[in-house]
Design a protein around this ligand. Structure first.
Ligand SMILES: Cc1ncc(COP(=O)(O)O)c(C=O)c1O
Length: 393
């Protein structure tokens, strides 16, 4: 052994945290932190997450009927058919894989997440699959249906007064308990592989391949974390498609004004009534530079549109689907007025069964001062004429 070499510190093989005293006092120059058990657990955890994906079919791209002579085709990417019932199944899988492969989750790690509900439902499912404890930090206004689902998958709910308190409270809980704060609002945009891996964008474009307009003129999505819009926007550019990306934002959300004013520090301090999208602050996962258009949509228009959708296809969806569909219909009316042909894709994020007490409950609408009538009238006009009454919604 050369004079300057210090003894190699021992790897326990069983405990990744054991290091020799010389490593702690700064005299060692080689330190191992490998653990065969930890890697074996990790291998098995990744296999389980991948096996879940392997067992799952792709989600449908539903054609939504429009008069044939309009020359425009509308599709809804139906994300409600994932095993945990929403688009957030994709995000939860990506976040778990990202955290596992980044060495942040181990056999005994408690997972903590700030969520408006749906991400927590999906993460509770993956946590249970891996035998991990899961704590969802959610606003007390979260729908009882989502709370039951989180608990059904073995998660615990920790309530906060408003959406803006969920992340700081999660951080606090993680520090106090030694748990891992998954932090979807920071990591969503980087956890998903935007080039391929059958991400939502690749899936949409592959499913359109045999249609009459295989490259959509527009894709319309909402933003909760901003992760879905980031994946779609990057994919469009990477594949050199001419498609434009429209991000819709509900009332009280910070994304629209933040984007228009180019101010990513913009806050509203208010929670969104359209669960899953709209945030009190512009979240770190929102990538403004790949968004071609933003539209602010009144909450009553979102709800009127999910009810219109039910008449159109006999299916109930969540409020955020209404937000994205309202904008898609308005874009179609614009395209028609310019004599353009092509296709438009919007997202069906989750099913309506989670919202019986809210968007499908007239008493809730009254309590929240939401009058659907003017928006239903616009939808009816559009349905009959293909035209959009100007300067409304
Ligand atoms: C219609 C719609 N689009 C997009 C999203 C995207 O969510 P995120 O920005 O977290 O990826 C949601 C989430 O609920 C949604 O409902």
């Amino acid at each position: 052994m050369a004079l300057h070499e210090k003894p190699v510190t021992a790897s326990s093989g069983t405990d990744r945290s054991v290091e020799s005293a010389s490593a702690q006092d700064g005299t060692a120059d080689v330190v191992d932190r490998c653990s065969a058990e930890d890697r074996a657990w990790l291998d098995e955890a990744i296999r389980k997450v991948e096996a879940d994906a392997n067992r799952s079919a792709d989600t449908h791209l539903l054609p939504i009927p429009l008069p044939g002579d309009w020359g425009i085709d509308l599709y809804l990417k139906d994300e409600s058919t994932h095993p945990t019932g929403s688009l957030k199944h994709r995000l939860a899988r990506s976040l778990f894989l990202y955290a596992l492969c980044s060495g942040r989750i181990h056999e005994d790690t408690t997972i903590i997440e700030a969520s408006s509900g749906s991400t927590a439902v999906s993460e509770a499912y993956f946590a249970r699959m891996l035998g991990l404890s899961f704590v969802a930090v959610i606003p007390k206004s979260t729908s009882p249906e989502k709370i039951s689902l989180i608990e059904f998958y073995g998660g615990t709910c920790h309530f906060v007064a408003g959406a803006d308190e969920a992340a700081p409270e999660s951080r606090r809980l993680a520090a106090e308990t030694g748990g891992y704060f998954m932090d979807q609002f920071t990591y969503a945009e980087r956890a998903t592989d935007w080039r391929s891996s059958n991400n939502i964008a690749e899936s949409i474009f592959n499913q359109l391949a045999a249609e009459r307009y295989p490259v959509p003129a527009w894709v319309v999505v909402g933003a909760g974390t901003g992760g879905t819009s980031a994946t779609i926007g990057r994919y469009i550019r990477y594949r050199r498609h001419s498609t434009k990306l429209c991000v819709v934002d509900p009332e009280n959300s910070a994304f629209f004004d933040g984007w228009v004013q180019d101010d990513m520090t913009h806050t509203t301090g208010m929670g969104s009534r359209i669960e899953g999208i709209g945030r009190p602050q512009v979240e770190p996962s929102f990538v403004p530079t790949i968004v071609d258009r933003m539209m602010r949509i009144p909450d009553a228009a979102s709800v009127a549109t999910v009810r219109y959708l039910e008449k159109l296809i006999g299916r109930r969806a969540g409020g955020s689907t209404g937000t994205s569909l309202w904008a898609a219909l308005r874009i179609i009316a614009e395209m028609r007025s310019r004599g353009e042909r092509g296709s438009v894709v919007a997202l069906l994020c989750d099913g309506g069964e989670r919202y019986c007490g809210t968007y499908y409950n007239d008493a809730w609408l009254r309590e929240n001062g939401l009058d659907l009538a003017p928006y239903t009238a616009i939808l009816n006009t559009f349905h009959e004429t293909g035209e959009w009454p100007t300067s409304q919604g």
